[in-house]
Design a binder for this molecule. Structure first.
Ligand code: SAM
Length: 339
């Protein structure tokens, strides 16, 4: 990985003074699992492949982002490991100047085959999605995946050195709220970060309705873990843009984290921009505003044109959402952000 240099551009700031240096790149819009709070069993048809950005187009966007001062890239989806040219994409991005971190969020199912090659191609870390250690309850919530498959993926990632391993557990009432104790207990013996995420009502329809109805506030999850396993001691904040509030169980090797977009929105610390698989900059996870970048790429615009669109997207980033107040869009005057 090329790493920072004295020539790195300064990190861009949005109109609220937030430093935006983190681009999440969706490589694909479909997934091999059907988590109840994320995708209906009958998922909409995947976008035609000609709509999805090519490896070269993704590299151009990443190069533009790093050129204007972004520092971190994360590959996500859909399920990024379903992308046939994943290793090529990772290798191309890992070689870009200015890159400080290259990570991926995955459900882990394909990692037994891919973790080693991904590490060799330059991927640094993975976050793996795992909602339960109980095989039946896991299959009820994540539907098409099995615990054995995901667990093998976690072990493969660890063996390949894609650490620190971070596990994402989305907690949904009636599905896995009791399972948080066993998941947190993993951190006693393993140096993993287990992070509990509140369900966000993403999109519309039955999946969003379920996410809203099944919300378990992280205060409840934390209390459940503490009752069973002892006091969670807060850890100092290392990265102010980290959306996770981090703790350690007595004597534990790993970290227990809470990501609470609903009960404690962290929009004031938001440092991210999202690129959709079909080439749009998405300004906020909970807001539909997007700027098209694919057209510019396909008209031959190249890095300068993409950089221009990206900086426009940064300037138009909204303050955030207020899911805590039941609103998914926020206007500037409603929410004053600090520096
Ligand atoms: N397929 C990959 C995976 O399962 O991790 C990457 C894409 S998935 C959309 C990224 C992460 O979003 C998942 O790890 C999960 O933790 C989180 N997630 C998905 N739907 C969510 C929801 N409705 N609310 C909160 N988090 C959600």
């Amino acid at each position: 990985m090329a790493g920072p240099s004295t020539e790195d551009a300064p990190v861009p700031r949005d109109t609220f003074g937030r430093q935006i240096d983190y681009l999440r790149i969706s490589l694909i819009d479909h997934c091999n699992l059907r988590c109840v709070y994320c995708m209906p069993l009958e998922a909409p048809a995947a976008a035609p492949s000609s709509d999805i950005l090519t490896a070269t187009e993704i590299e151009t966007v990443a190069r533009a982002a790093l050129g204007v001062g972004f520092r971190k890239l994360r590959l996500t989806g859909g399920e990024p490991t379903l992308r046939a040219d994943l290793l090529e994409i990772v290798a191309r991005l890992a070689a870009l100047p200015g890159l400080r971190d290259l990570a991926m969020t995955t459900n882990g199912v394909r990692l037994p085959a891919l973790a080693g090659p991904l590490a060799a191609a330059g991927l640094r870390r993975v976050n793996i999605h795992l909602d339960s250690l109980d095989p039946r309850r896991l299959e009820r919530i994540m539907r098409r995946g099995t615990l054995a498959e995901i667990w093998a993926g976690i072990e493969a990632a660890e063996a390949a050195g894609l650490g620190p391993i971070k596990l994402n557990a989305v907690v949904a009432r009636g599905f896995n709220e009791e399972d948080v104790v066993a998941l947190a207990e993993l951190t006693r013996t393993r140096p993993w970060h287990v992070r509990f995420i509140e369900t966000m009502p993403l999109g519309t329809g039955a999946v969003a309705t379920l996410a809203r109805a099944r919300l378990v506030p992280n205060a409840e999850t934390r209390a459940r873990i503490e009752r069973a396993l002892g006091e969670l001691r807060p850890l100092p904040t290392v990265d102010h843009a980290d959306e996770s509030r981090n703790f350690r169980l007595p004597g534990a090797r790993g970290v227990v984290g809470f990501i609470s977009p609903v009960s404690e929105p962290y929009c004031a610390q938001c440092n991210r921009m999202r690129l959709t698989a079909d080439g749009r900059f998405h300004l906020c996870l909970l807001n539909d505003e997007e700027l098209d970048v694919r057209a510019a790429l396909r008209e031959g615009g190249g890095v300068p044109a993409v950089a221009d669109i990206l900086l426009r997207a940064v300037r138009r980033k909204p303050t955030g959402h207020r899911l805590d107040l039941g609103r998914s869009t926020e206007r500037r005057e409603m929410y004053q952000l600090g520096g």
